[in-house]
Design a binder for this molecule. Structure first.
Ligand SMILES: [Zn+2]
Length: 151
């Protein structure tokens, strides 16, 4: 892959998972919820996500890589396996920005200006991040330049 197309891939929002690369890497999922969503995390009190937009940073390395994982996130019908499934089965998943070869925790670090709605969300096996889910309040700008420099 040419370096020019790689940087385009890094900054383009993909609403169609079928066009995503099938290799390993990280992604930022854009989710919107219209109603309160009660989230259950092990060994923590239930938490409520209020309506709004959220960004979930994840990574995929198994068969089908980023493409298979984002496609799964975008499917409403699925068995709830990960914390984020509690949100994607209720809200709308618009798509994702993808970072082939990237790491989810570096994406979280690059988005550290965004508020953490629920500590521990998606990060129970992560010692670095407070949460892999971030709130994206209206009007708050995200800098993709900072994401590009994380690689
Ligand atoms: Zn992390």
């Amino acid at each position: 892959m040419r370096s020019a197309s790689r940087s385009v891939l890094n900054t383009t929002f993909h609403s169609d998972a079928s066009r995503l690369p099938s290799g390993p890497g990280a992604y930022i999922l854009l989710i919107e919820i219209q109603t309160n969503v009660t989230v259950r995390l092990p060994r923590r009190p239930d938490a409520v996500l209020v309506p709004g937009r959220y960004l979930y940073c994840g990574s995929a390395g198994g068969p089908g890589g980023i493409k298979a994982r984002v496609a799964r996130h975008m499917r409403a019908a699925k068995t709830v396996r990960w914390h984020v499934d509690q949100v994607t089965t209720t809200g709308k998943v618009f798509g994702a920005w993808v970072f082939p070869g990237g790491l989810e925790c570096e994406l979280v670090a690059a988005l550290s200006a965004l508020p953490v709605p629920i500590p521990g969300f998606g990060s129970s096996d992560c010692r670095r991040c407070t949460s892999h889910l971030l709130a994206w309040p209206d009007g708050q700008r995200m800098s993709f330049e900072s994401l590009l420099s994380t690689k």
